[in-house]
Design a protein around this ligand. Sequence first.
Ligand code: PGA
Length: 250
Amino acid sequence: MNNPRNLMVGNWKMNGSLAANASLLADILAGLAQVHCRTALCVPSVYLSQLQTLLAGTAIELGAQDVSAHESGAYTGEVSADMLRDFSVRYCVVGHSERRQFHAESDGVVAIKVQRALAAGITPIVCVGETLAERQAGLTEAVVRRQMAAVIHANGHCISEIVVAYEPVWAIGTGLTATPEQAQQVHAVLRAQLQAATAQAERVSILYGGSMNADNAAQLLAQPDVDGGLVGGAALNAHEFLSMLKAASR
Ligand code: PGA
């Protein structure tokens, strides 16, 4: 592994079944010998137990897609950070744009969820990104800086323990990808913001997400501040995901 910040994460979103998960995972594991980057899969919470079993003893780490902002108690439907920890969850996506958009998660809620994950020993993968309208209005940097600032403010010196994912909302699931230059520009802004907050900013992996696939992964990953990927659709195809993992292993 050339870069210790390298990390590739598959985000399965609300896809899968017991049978489909087992089959997809078997195909991924079969091709893992040539993969040398850190790899994680973030799966629906009902499948954490299944994946905990299937991933035991493999090089792939387990991740969740969300965590409650509350510790425990009367929050029907919520899953706490400690519960995730019970299933050997190592990473947790926090503040994905689909949560911000469809579940009204504010910057403040995202910041608290990051606290909960860190307190349970889980690495939060904090998602930030602008909408198309925000990009067209020239607000990209302001938006991602605002989203990051809330998380930095609430988490102090622990901020070097997070992973960041820059996911332009207009690129998620659309087939539109940020160009490597567009991605690098925002990643550099985020890196500088982290540097201002912690002396350990060089440790933080900053992933790109948004229609990353086998064709564009290598170019994106070649950028100095693109440390890996948060991959949705392309992570549901073993062949494609493996070729992205190999691109990240160089
Ligand atoms: P996509 O999703 O790769 O399907 O665009 C990425 C994400 O939302 O994490």
